[in-house]
Structure formats: structure tokens, C-alpha cells
Design a protein around this ligand. Structure first.
Ligand code: URA
Length: 280
């Protein structure tokens, strides 16, 4: 017998499907259900330590060659960004990142934020998501994606059988921009090395850039999310041994305002699910 909270979760999941335009329970590609091949239950494989992980199959498309990230498109790095790079590069663990951010005072956003929001989820997960910056609720709780957009993100992950035990989540910026304003290029360049170092340390097999700010910052691209989303690209964070297949998706905060975009978001989620199945 499902509990009330399980029933509410199911209702939320169904609402997500309906919003995403899923009105029949068949996929777009035919499936041979008469095939004798047994369908193994899909389970998250044990994730070996990062240094032992194998790379995923090559992504469908390469947007740009793996390059030195963190160099703002067409811009120069500020002193703050340089010292962030230095500090981040010396971090060997996520605890080091936490300590480094506690000691780092060169980003003015830290002064107006209540907390430093680092990561949530499973730091040994094969799937990592990087959002933009904490909002009001995240700033209060010190955790990424726990406000309204985070609740939608959880439903989106649930729709492809993921949850926070199977992913690690962080943001490009660990501090909330006042009033949730868009972060400046300088703020992004200053904070990005810490996000990139987290990616290198977690060493995911799939990286998901959540929203345009994250996609542009990580992929060092001037293109908007509408063009960047839904395509696999290879992204190599500073200090990472190998490139990570990376895909951008619409930000859930955008989906809360633009319900129609949930159709594309659903396609992207299915693409991510298919990629995960190929890894297994
Ligand atoms: N939006 C983000 O990009 N990240 C959060 O943590 C919350 C909202």
C-alpha cells in the first residue's frame, strides 16, 4: 500500500509526464517485446573510484575540442579568477573545496550570501549536474536545488529513475547573487574553477549542465541554451584526466515559467536515460 508521500510523488511524476506532452505509454522507437532476450533490471552499477573509471562511449557530437576551460569567451581573467584557479587546482578532495571556499574572499557575492552552497547527492555518482547559482531557499539551507526549481528538478530526475543517491549536484556559483540577479561574467569566471575542480574530483561519466548560464560557462560558449541543449559534447574540466560526455538541459526555473518547453526537456531526459543505458 503506497504511503501518502509515495502517492504524492506519483501524482507529481504523472503531472510532469502530462506537462511534457506524454499522453500515451509508448515510446517513439519501436520495441520488440517478444524478443526472448531477458530484460535485466536496471541498476546503478557500483561506481569504482574515479581513478579506475572507464570513459563512456564517444558522444554523438563534439561541439568543441577539449580545451582549457575557465577562460571567459573573448575576455581576460581577473586577479580573483586567477587566484581561484590556483586555489581550486590545489584541492584534492571535496572537503578541500569546502575549506578553500571558506578561505576565499575574492568574490563579492560571498559577502551578501548567507551560506556557501557546495554540493548535494552522491559524490561517487557517475552522473553529475551543474546548475547556475543558489536561489533564496538554497541560500537558507546551504544545499543546491532545494527550492521550487529544485523540486521540479527532482521530479525530472525521478522521471528517468534517478534521484540524489545516484547523482551529484553542484552549481557554477556557490553564492547566491543578490535578488537572484544574473551573475556577471567576472563572478562566473571567479567561481568556475571551484565547480570545475569538483567535476574533476567527482569524475562523472556523464555531466549535465542545467540551464544556459551553466552550459555557457562550462562549454565556454556564447550560444544560448536553446541551441546548446540536447546535444552531447565533450567537455574536459581543468585537471581532469579525460573529457566527460556533457549535455545541456533547460533550467527547471525556466520550465516553471515556460510549460511548453517541457516537451523538449522530456526529449533531453530520454536522451540522457538512453546514454545511461549504453553505459551499463
Ligand atoms: N537554480 C540553480 O541553478 N541552482 C540552484 O541550486 C537553485 C536554483
Amino acid at each position: 500500500m503506497a504511503t501518502l508521500s509515495e502517492r504524492n510523488d506519483l501524482k507529481a511524476l504523472l503531472a510532469w509526464y502530462v506537462d511534457a506532452g506524454v499522453d500515451v505509454t509508448v515510446g517513439e522507437a519501436p520495441v520488440d517485446r517478444l524478443s526472448p532476450a531477458p530484460v535485466a533490471p536496471r541498476e546503478e552499477p557500483p561506481v569504482p573510484p574515479p581513478s579506475h573509471r572507464t570513459m563512456a562511449p564517444p558522444p554523438a557530437a563534439v561541439l568543441r575540442p577539449a580545451s582549457t576551460a575557465s577562460q571567459p569567451a573573448g575576455g581576460t581573467l581577473s586577479d580573483a579568477a586567477f587566484s581561484a584557479r590556483d586555489l581550486a587546482a590545489r584541492c584534492q578532495t571535496l572537503d578541500d573545496i569546502r575549506a578553500a571556499l571558506a578561505a576565499f574572499d575574492a568574490c563579492p557575492l560571498k559577502r551578501t550570501a548567507t551560506t556557501t552552497v557546495i554540493g548535494d547527492g552522491n559524490p561517487r555518482a557517475a552522473i553529475m549536474l551543474v546548475g547556475e547559482a543558489p536561489g533564496a531557499e538554497e541560500d537558507r539551507q546551504g544545499l543546491p536545488f532545494v527550492g521550487p526549481a529544485g523540486k521540479l528538478l527532482d521530479r525530472m530526475l525521478g522521471a528517468i529513475e534517478l534521484d540524489r543517491t545516484k547523482v551529484y549536484i553542484t552549481n557554477v556559483l556557490p553564492w547566491r547573487p543578490p535578488g537572484n540577479r544574473t551573475p556577471t561574467a567576472d563572478e562566473i569566471a571567479t567561481c568556475l574553477p571551484f565547480a570545475e575542480r569538483q567535476i574533476a574530483l567527482v569524475a562523472p561519466r556523464i555531466l549535465i549542465a542545467v540551464g544556459g548560464i551553466s552550459a555557457k560557462a562550462l562549454l565556454n560558449s556564447a550560444e544560448g541554451i536553446t541551441r546548446l541543449r540536447g546535444r552531447w559534447v565533450e567537455y574536459r574540466p581543468q585537471g581532469a584526466p579525460a573529457p566527460v560526455p556533457t549535455i545541456a538541459i533547460f533550467h527547471p526555473a525556466y520550465l516553471l515559467r515556460q510549460s511548453l518547453a517541457k516537451r523538449e526537456a522530456w526529449r533531453d531526459l530520454l536522451e540522457i536515460q538512453a546514454h545511461i543505458e549504453r553505459l551499463n
